[in-house]
Design a protein around this ligand. Structure first.
Ligand SMILES: [Fe+2]
Ligand SMILES: [Fe+2]
Length: 153
């Protein structure tokens, strides 16, 4: 389990990278390497939250279960937008990518705020103990965020 401060740090790093990408994209260019880094980090972040952080928090109360469900819906939106940008980059037509990146950033503003205010502070001390680093996690091949798995829901 990662520490809440690691997750907050990860939010900040992603904000900086996304800002940089938006800047590049606003000039009509795209940086596929930077995008690939962002996409990989964001998906890893989502993976850690959905597999290691959210499940035990979600069980605590109905209110928290609903909050987590909302956050997972937003993860699904972010995930789909990342895939759309990736697809545009692969066919070298990034016409809608600026809009998609903009949408990702705008979802993340309230999403991250909610996690940092309402979810991360209640990660129990027990769960924080292992101190595994975010960079040590790898999203398993074929893993997709919970809300995008039709068969299991
Ligand atoms: Fe999240
Ligand atoms: Fe997060």
């Amino acid at each position: 389990m990662v520490d809440d401060s690691n997750l907050i740090e990860d939010h900040r790093e992603l904000d900086v990278k996304l800002e940089k990408l938006r800047d590049i994209i606003s000039k009509g260019e795209i940086d596929p390497v930077l995008f690939a880094q962002i996409s990989k980090s964001l998906k890893r972040h989502i993976y850690i939250e959905e597999e290691e952080i959210f499940p035990s928090i979600s069980e605590r109360s109905n209110e928290l279960r609903q909050r987590i469900a909302g956050l997972e819906m937003e993860h699904a939106s972010i995930w789909m937008l990342l895939d759309r940008v990736e697809k545009e980059i692969s066919v070298r037509n990034v016409e809608k990518s600026p809009k998609y990146i903009e949408e990702i950033s705008s979802i993340l503003v309230s999403h991250n705020e909610q996690e940092e205010d309402k979810v991360y502070p209640i990660i129990s001390q027990n769960e924080k103990n292992s101190q595994k680093k975010i960079t040590e996690y790898e999203v398993p091949e074929g893993w997709v965020c919970h809300r995008l798995r039709r068969k299991n829901k």
